[in-house]
Design a protein around this ligand. Structure first.
Ligand code: BG6
Length: 486
């Protein structure tokens, strides 16, 4: 890293799950790969009566349990020496002064600071304002940046007021709103696929594309997160952020450069071109047994599944439906983007009708079988018929020596480098909320439109989602291979 100043990662909510599961494994892996600044420190801030040793022990156990193949004992020991703990209450201003003193002590000179908000969102504003009051935001001795975890707001109004509150203390260039889907290698590859090649972009439009489908299914249920989830539901939890971000990568215009604002301007333009959603084109569902999960309110109407279609009013996409679906407790975990192409305008093959013919399908497999599939028609040998065949690219075979880093690894390093292109800007977050708010409001206020469908665990969700496509003669596609399918 070119910046030689010491860099300190300050994690608010250091005793929580995110720190153990994601942040520390990401920092440790970057350390092992020699990608962290030469001089760095990690400071955990939380309320529990812990000390440096206790925090190190908890994080070490987390590494051993959650990422055993990445845990290397002697490297861990030297890494752990950089970790320290400040016991403090997020709502007590004096505790930020103790934190400031601690930082001055360990930094031993001018340094950079990355504040990571890994707490419940209800503390985001308090932390940011307290940092401001404690004079910990000014950039005279090094940069100061803040990483804000999701959920970013609960609706458009709260997202706006959160943006305003953070921007009252930090400049937009200092704010890094995280969406871990953007840190996934395969999500980043969407722009490379489209714009580092010449053969796909000419057909990437309404003249050739029949429809686009974004599927993010999860086999897990809400588990222990009902306290958060029951208040959020699938649209806030997955659509407003992850699915909308995937949509922007597939549909945006090419930016002139890969610089953060060039990319984010194109995304914002795209979001603003999306037509307000037609509520008749939405489906909501709840898996059987959700109401019995601990922490779920009696008779809860929180959707754990949603499907919807939308249109983008611009030259490239006019008239092309984009379908999105996501849910929990479904048959498989699979994140996949399908681009389905139009049928050939004229079939001259003897004995072959339109209905014998499959359309060309490009499938971007984001996870778990990371890769790309292209399905096209081939002549069946010794016959006049055709059959769809598959051209496949898999990361695991094409990049044998390169493991796919966790999204947090990439995003944390980008924040240190000052590269915000994989972080969400205020305008896009608000635009995505503006699209989702009417759906959420309608579902919450008018409990009949559309009806809540209960779907069995381990299924593909409500069959009404199939009807959503069937209305125009289309079907959900699935082309990625999946370990459970053999
Ligand atoms: C999180 C949601 O943002 O993304 C979770 O809060 C969801 O409910 C998770 O399970 C999915 O992430 P991934 O990386 O496992 O697809």
């Amino acid at each position: 890293m070119s910046d030689t100043k010491p860099t300190t990662f300050i994690i608010f909510g250091a005793s929580g799950d995110l720190t153990r599961r994601k942040l520390i494994p990401a920092l440790f892996n970057s350390y092992r790969k020699d990608r962290l600044p030469e001089q760095f420190n990690i400071v955990g801030f939380a309320r529990r009566p812990w000390d440096d040793e206790k925090l190190r022990q908890v994080l070490q156990e987390g590494m051993q349990e959650l990422a055993p193949e990445e845990y290397v004992a002697d490297q861990w020991d030297s890494f752990a020496q950089k970790i320290s703990y400040v016991k403090g209450d997020l709502t007590t201003q004096e505790d930020y002064e103790s934190l400031r003193q601690h930082l001055l002590k360990i930094e031993a000179g001018p340094g950079n600071r990355l504040y990571y908000l890994a707490t419940s969102p209800s503390f985001f504003v308090t932390i940011v304002e307290s940092l401001g009051k404690a004079n910990m935001v000014a950039e005279k001795d090094g940069w100061r940046r803040v990483v804000v975890e999701k959920p970013f707001g609960h609706d458009l109004a709260s997202a706006k007021s959160l943006n305003n509150a953070i921007q009252a203390v930090f400049a937009e260039e200092q704010i890094y709103r995280i969406d871990h889907y953007l840190g996934k290698e395969t999500a980043q590859n969407i722009l490379y696929f489209r714009f580092a090649n010449t053969i796909f972009e000419p057909v990437w439009n309404r003249n050739y594309v029949d429809n686009v489908q974004i599927t993010v299914t999860e086999s897990v249920d809400v588990g222990h997160r009902a306290g958060y989830y029951d208040d959020a539901g699938v649209v806030r939890d997955m659509f407003q952020n992850h699915l909308m971000q995937l949509l922007s990568l597939v549909a945006m215009e090419p930016p002139a450069s890969f610089e953060a604002d060039a990319v984010r301007n194109e995304k914002a333009k795209l979001f603003h071109a999306i037509r307000p959603l037609d509520l008749d084109q939405t489906v909501r569902g709840q898996y059987k047994g959700y109401l019995q999960a601990e922490g779920v309110a009696e008779g809860s109407q929180t959707p754990t599944y949603a499907a919807m279609s939308l249109f983008i009013d611009n030259w490239r996409w006019q008239g092309v439906p984009f379908y999105m679906r996501s849910g929990k407790a479904l048959a498989i975990k699979n994140t996949e983007i399908i681009v389905e192409f139009k049928q050939p305008p004229h079939l001259m093959f003897e004995g072959i009708q339109d209905e014998d013919f499959s359309s060309n399908i490009l499938s971007m497999c984001i996870q778990p079988d990371e890769g790309i599939h292209l399905k096209f028609e081939a002549k069946t040998p010794d016959s006049h018929k055709t059959q769809p065949v598959d051209m496949e690219f898999h990361y695991r075979s094409s990049f044998k020596g390169n493991s796919l880093p966790d999204a947090y690894e990439r995003l944390l390093l980008d924040a240190v480098k000052g590269d915000a292109s994989l972080f969400t800007r205020a305008d896009s977050i608000e635009a995505a909320w503006a699209l989702m708010d009417p759906v959420i409001n309608c579902w919450e206020e008018d409990k009949t439109a559309p009806p809540m469908i209960t779907y069995p665990r381990g299924s593909w969700g409500p069959t009404e989602a199939d009807e959503l496509l069937a209305r125009t003669g289309r079907v959900w596609r699935h082309a990625c291979s999946h370990p459970e399918e053999g």
